[in-house]
Structure formats: C-alpha cells, structure tokens
Design a protein around this ligand. Structure first.
Ligand SMILES: Cc1ncc(COP(=O)(O)O)c(C=O)c1O
Length: 299
C-alpha cells in the first residue's frame, strides 16, 4: 500500500490496529517520532531499552518479554536509528518468537535497510514471519524525503482493510511523482549501481570517523554503525547538562548536531551526527570539536 511517509504510515497502523490505552513497545534510544506517535495516539508507551554490551548495543530480551506481555504491538526499528545496529537473523528470530508467544503485532520500520553496509547483512523481518507489517521508503537511500513516497507491506487482508480505512480518513493519496520515484528506485539498474557505491562510501566514512574519535577524542564514546549515515556519540565525559552542551556546541564549537534527549532517557548525554556529507565538511567539524574539547575538563 502507498503511504505518504514512513512516520504517517506507522501512525496510521497504530491508530488502525490498537485502541486508546493499548500498550505499544519500543526500544529506546530510538527515533523520536516512535515515542511521539504512541503517546500522541494515547497508547501506552512500553519501553524495552537497548543495552550496551562491550561497546555495542544489543536487545534486552528479558525487558522485551516483560513489555510484550502487556502489549498489543511492537514497533521495531531495523536497522536501528540512532545506534546503527543491523539486527542479526538470530536476534530477529527471538523477537518473532516473543511476539508469537504474547500475541503481539510486529511492525518493522526498515527505512534504513537499503543503506546496510557491504560488510553486513540485513534480514527483512517479514522473511521470518508471514504476519509482519513492514513500512519503508526509498527516501533515505536515494535522498528523496521531500517526495513523501513510502509504502506499507501488510499481508493480512483484514488488517490491510483497517489500515486503508484510517488512511482514507486522513486523505492519504499517492502522487505521480512519488509513485514514479518508488518504481525508479527499485527497478532502474543505475539506481542499484549508485546505491552500491553509496553504501561502500558510507561504511568507509563511518570507519574513518569512529577511528578518529577513538584516536583523537577517546573521551567521547562512539558506536560503529552497521548501516546508514548516523553516528551516536556519548558526551557523558564532558559533564555538561544537555542545555549547556547545546549552547557550547552551537555558540563555541559552531556545530549543530541532533541532541539525544528526545531519543529516550538514556540519550540525555548523547548527540547524533549525520555524516552523510563530504570528507572535507566532516574534517572541519571534527577539527572544531577537537579544538574546543581541548580546553575542557573531562570527568
Ligand atoms: C527510523 C526512521 N523512520 C522514519 C523516518 C522518516 O520517514 P518519513 O520521512 O518517510 O516519515 C526516519 C528519518 O529520519 C527514520 O530514521
């Protein structure tokens, strides 16, 4: 089904398949609209926060089990924004297993999947379970968010009907530009070649940036992404409250990053950088950060 954006798609699915007060599970830190759409629709937000294990984020299956018991639906971010994980098949099988056990509807936002790095392998959740609802778009991979072109894959006819009713209520209509872009993105061999170059370049850029942090600014902790163009950086060692950190970054460093707070409680000490830019811009940003961090006290 067509949808005019992944966030509207997720919102319409939650509106169609759950009632006010029903539980919806998310795994923080996660893309802020996941929090906002659930609370905005007056559903209960059930968080099963990710865990940091040996410098990388993992799912907390005990927390997921506890929250899924009370939930109607689970919003999975795969690959995950902001932590950059490409979930393994074994991790996703455990998610499917828990969802079956607790009769929870699985909804996977796979908008970053096309940007999975060459060294990694993305597993589409609907390969592991026929009832999964997938929401995605070519907008990240091909940088066409302005076209509002996305889609929902929902194999269950009854659910599809309910989602369509909500979409109709909200006047969701495809545009010829959006449809043409979706078809071109997924069928034109030039798009495929371009994407192959892009993912290789993004992996190189991610490795470069994380190495620089490790060598030149080890006080700031980073997590090597496995997909996409986002790096999640822990500024905890700087010992600045989020507002003071923002002021420092904007007014002294002259760097505008995405503050981590809206991604969930554990994101308070974090900033997210978008490294989908030229090496020159990135080097300049890194130079500003190291120069200004130099005079700072780290805890
Ligand atoms: C996980 C995730 N879902 C959805 C979106 C946005 O999708 P759309 O612009 O189609 O609503 C983003 C963009 O940052 C994202 O990271």
């Amino acid at each position: 089904m067509f949808s005019n954006g992944v966030v509207p798609g997720l919102t319409h699915i939650v509106e169609a398949l759950t009632e006010e007060g029903d539980g919806v599970v998310i795994q923080s830190p996660v893309y802020p609209p996941f929090h906002e759409l659930v609370t905005g629709l007056k559903r209960e937000l059930l968080d099963a926060p990710l865990r940091q294990v040996d410098g990388r984020y993992e799912m907390d299956f005990d927390a997921l089990d506890t929250q899924m018991r009370k939930a109607k639906l689970f919003l999975l971010c795969s690959p995950h924004n902001p932590v950059g994980r490409v979930w393994t098949e074994s991790e996703l099988k455990q998610v499917v297993e828990l969802a079956r056990r607790h009769d929870v509807i699985l909804v996977a936002d796979e908008i970053h999947a096309d940007l999975t790095y060459p060294s990694q392998r993305h597993t589409a959740l609907n390969r592991l379970d026929d009832n999964v609802i997938t929401v995605s778009a070519p907008s990240k991979a091909f940088n066409i968010a302005g076209l509002f072109a996305s889609y929902i894959i929902c194999p269950d006819g009854a659910m599809r009907k309910r989602i369509t009713q909500v979409q109709n209520k909200h006047h969701v209509l495809p545009t010829p530009f959006a449809n043409t872009a979706i078809i071109a993105a997924y069928t034109d061999s030039r798009a495929e070649r371009w994407l192959d170059q892009l993912t290789a370049e993004l992996e190189e850029q991610a490795t470069y940036l994380v190495n620089r942090f490790n060598e030149e600014l080890p006080q700031l902790k980073t997590f090597l992404p496995e997909a996409s163009y986002l790096l999640w950086i822990d500024f905890a060692a700087l010992d600045l409250e989020p507002e003071a950190r923002k002021k420092w970054l904007h007014e002294e460093v002259r760097l505008f990053l995405s503050p981590g707070g809206p991604f969930g409680e554990s994101g308070q000490t974090f900033e997210r950088i978008n490294f989908g830019t030229s090496r020159a811009v990135l080097d300049e940003a890194f130079k500003r950060l190291t120069e200004h961090a130099d005079g700072k006290a780290f805890v």
